[in-house]
Design a protein around this ligand. Structure first.
Ligand SMILES: [Zn+2]
Length: 287
């Protein structure tokens, strides 16, 4: 009986145990399911996150590709400018090359839909960087040469030493206004208003400023390359010996000093120590 009652007691107990065990198992499965579903959700979130990142990266790459295309277009414009300057300066003998096509070909279409692979992209950046270095060097050398040419141009006598006035006596033999005899005139005379400005016809260094026999008040400017200009009969000299003067700078005021019959500037040009006819310099076109 005891066994029966034990059995009777044991059965529900064991049933309970089985029930409990089942409950635990079910709970475990549910928990596992929940974990799996959570993991699935996480994975899906990660996937959409990755997709988003990929889209962003693609967009950024497209933006950079557009920027690269714009930079390449700017290099093309710089090349056109460099080529133009080279031609203007008369230096287009092959020393400069602004037309060498970039190694990666022409600029990308700004609106191009083609996917740019990062490797290609970085190759293009490297090539562009090399092109820019090369153009930078070439443009600097060209700028130096142009500045040198401009300095030479500025030191080359051209134009008249006065703004108004008129040519009153040519270079060469003429009747001397004092003696009435035939005499050599080593310069040209420009007459005008007393006290008006006399300008240097080129940049240079003042090599004489003061009285000189026959010239009255004289300013002499040395321009280099054996070229010297003289401006005589001044009312007043405005520069000192050793002073650097620019082309067009007032260096004296027109006067009647020395061997002169009225206000004018006696203008002479010397080449390697010999007076030459200034008219070709006077008529020389200033750019
Ligand atoms: Zn004269």
């Amino acid at each position: 009986m005891a066994a029966v009652s034990l059995l009777c007691l044991g059965l529900p107990l064991s049933l309970m145990a089985v029930g409990y065990d089942l409950g635990v198992r079910v709970g475990t499965v549910q928990a596992q399911e929940a974990r799996v579903s959570a993991a699935e959700e996480a994975a899906s979130a990660r996937a959409s996150e990755l997709a988003q990142l990929s889209t962003q990266a693609k967009q950024q790459l497209e933006v950079m590709a557009r920027k690269l295309a714009l930079l390449q277009a700017r290099v093309t414009r710089l090349d056109a400018l460099g080529g133009h300057l080279t031609a203007i300066a008369g230096l287009d003998d092959g020393e400069f090359s602004f037309s060498t096509p970039p190694a990666f070909g022409g600029p990308l279409e700004a609106e191009s839909e083609t996917t740019v692979l990062p490797a290609t992209f970085s190759d293009q950046l490297v090539a562009l960087s090399h092109t820019l270095d090369d153009r930078d060097t070439q443009l600097n050398v060209l700028a130096g040469l142009l500045a040198e040419a401009e300095l030479r141009e500025e030191a080359m006598p051209s134009g008249r030493p006065i703004d108004g006035g008129w040519l009153s006596s040519d270079y060469g033999y003429r009747t001397d206004p004092f003696t009435g005899k035939r005499a050599w005139h080593a310069g040209v005379d420009f007459a005008g208003k007393a006290g008006s400005a006399i300008n240097a016809v080129a940049s240079g260094v003042v090599s004489w400023s003061g009285e000189r026999a026959g010239y009255g008040n004289l300013v002499e400017v040395a321009h280099g390359d054996g070229l010297v200009t003289r401006y005589g009969h001044n009312e007043e000299n405005l520069v000192q010996v050793g002073e650097l003067v620019r082309k067009g700078q007032p260096i004296a005021l027109m006067g009647n000093s020395g061997r002169s019959t009225g206000p004018h500037v006696h203008f002479e040009v010397y080449k390697h120590g010999r007076p030459v006819d200034p008219s070709s310099y006077v008529q020389r076109n200033i750019r």
